[in-house]
Design a protein around this ligand. Structure first.
Ligand SMILES: NC(=[NH2+])NCCC[C@H](N)C(=O)O
Length: 395
């Protein structure tokens, strides 16, 4: 996979389920949701999203199935139980009981618990007294749920023929990469996939990684991806010959722009849709490897640095020309977070009517999906998808 826009062939999605039913007004902030989604409707919206992709010939793989299939391997099970059971939180006794309970669950049930988590009242019964059980509220989580698994973009990212397992920055999401890690390690389809970068160093999230052109990768640096994360991903891509140029793009460290793809996504080989408020201020450091040494230049204006690295005259921005308030509203609702299924064809939330109209005026085909419930986790079509293969672009 060497671009953002080559004809999409296969993608990993996660159909949201019981993990969203864990969200309450007391925990939604910590779990990174801005509201309490209506779960049945979120599932309908998600099914419709998957159908739009299938309708364009895309193979849709569902993360829950991949996880359950990977768990058929005993080593995957052991890793999953290890990652799910936090002995510091539970104490030795409960941890032991839970490990043996999970160890004997069937693959689908285990996958379900790893995703939806478990409360203290759902713990398997055990003999003897436990202060931990007595003192925890029955609704406290013994295993935290993973509602943000919906955003499959972030926990892994494919660059050329390699997969990078992300190190996620927020505590509520850290365990996601343990699951993607074991899918890629043990699922028969991916067992032989080579890795780029491991989950064990500084934070990098897939939402920050944009494949601008073959050999050219932009990495947003802000609330999630750290400078150290960007630098080590760049170094590993250079070492593996996956990129010749990396652009490190500072973005504001705030929720509205948590990832680079919340403010900018590619809609065609030489076109991006971008939040107008940052268009003139976005800058980039240009990283290259010269004689095996890292070379850092800039910062310079992002659009110029990108065009330069891509070897094109201009990287065009769809001129949404929106008034600042509409632009801010639609950016918050992921109007700039489009998923390209081929050059010039993108999936977008229908609610961002103005941005979509401008895209169409510019000749982009917009496949609209509804996201009134899905969007409450603050993520759009690009965040909710992890492309694993795209056809190469004609050169
Ligand atoms: N690639 C993205 N923009 N992902 C959006 C992730 C949203 C998620 N609720 C989070 O806060 O992490």
């Amino acid at each position: 996979m060497e671009s953002e826009v080559g004809p999409l062939q296969s993608v990993v999605l996660h159909r949201p389920g019981a993990e969203l039913k864990r969200l309450t007004p007391r925990n939604n902030d910590q779990l990174l949701f801005d509201g309490i989604p209506w779960v049945d409707r979120a599932q309908e919206e998600h099914d419709a999203f998957a159908e739009v992709l299938r309708g364009r010939g895309v193979e849709v793989l569902l993360l829950r199935d991949l996880l359950a299939e990977a768990l058929a391997d005993a080593r995957a099970r052991a890793a999953a139980v290890h990652a799910g059971v936090d002995e510091r939180r539970l104490g030795g006794d409960i941890a032991d009981t839970l490990r043996s309970h999970l160890g004997s669950a069937d693959d689908a049930t285990l996958a379900g618990v790893l995703i939806a988590g478990m409360t203290f009242e759902e713990l398997p019964a055990a003999e003897g007294a436990s202060l931990v059980r007595r003192m925890h509220h029955p609704h406290d989580f013994a295993i935290e749920p993973l509602p943000n698994l919906l955003f499959t973009r972030d926990s892994s990212a494919w660059i050329a023929d390699r997969v990078a397992i992300a190190a996620l920055a927020m505590p509520a999401r850290k365990r996601e990469s343990a699951l993607t890690d074991l899918i890629y390690a043990y699922h028969p389809r991916f067992r032989h996939a080579s890795r780029a970068y491991g989950a064990h160093s500084a934070p990098v999230e897939g939402g920050d990684v944009l494949l601008l052109a073959p050999g050219v990768v932009a990495i947003g640096v802000g609330e999630r991806t750290s400078p150290a994360g960007a630098e080590s991903l760049a170094r590993s891509m250079f070492a593996d010959d996956l990129a010749h140029t990396v652009l490190a793009v500072p973005i504001e460290q705030q929720r509205a722009s948590m990832h680079l793809d919340t403010v900018c996504t590619m809609v065609d080989t030489d076109k991006v849709v971008m939040y107008p408020a940052i268009r003139d201020s976005l800058r980039a450091y240009t990283l290259r490897a010269t004689d095996d040494k890292l070379d850092v230049a800039g910062p310079s204006p992002f659009l110029e640095a990108a065009a330069d690295a891509m070897g094109i005259d201009r990287l065009r921005v769809i001129d949404t020309g929106l008034d600042p308030v509409t632009a801010e509203r639609e950016q918050w609702e992921d109007g700039n977070n489009t998923l390209a299924v081929s050059p010039g064809v993108v999936v977008a939330y229908e609610r961002n009517a103005e941005t979509n109209a401008r895209l169409e005026e510019a000749g982009i085909e917009v496949l609209r999906i509804s996201g009134s419930e899905l969007g409450s986790g603050r993520g759009g079509p690009r965040c909710m998808s992890c492309p694993i293969s795209r056809a190469a672009l004609p050169r």
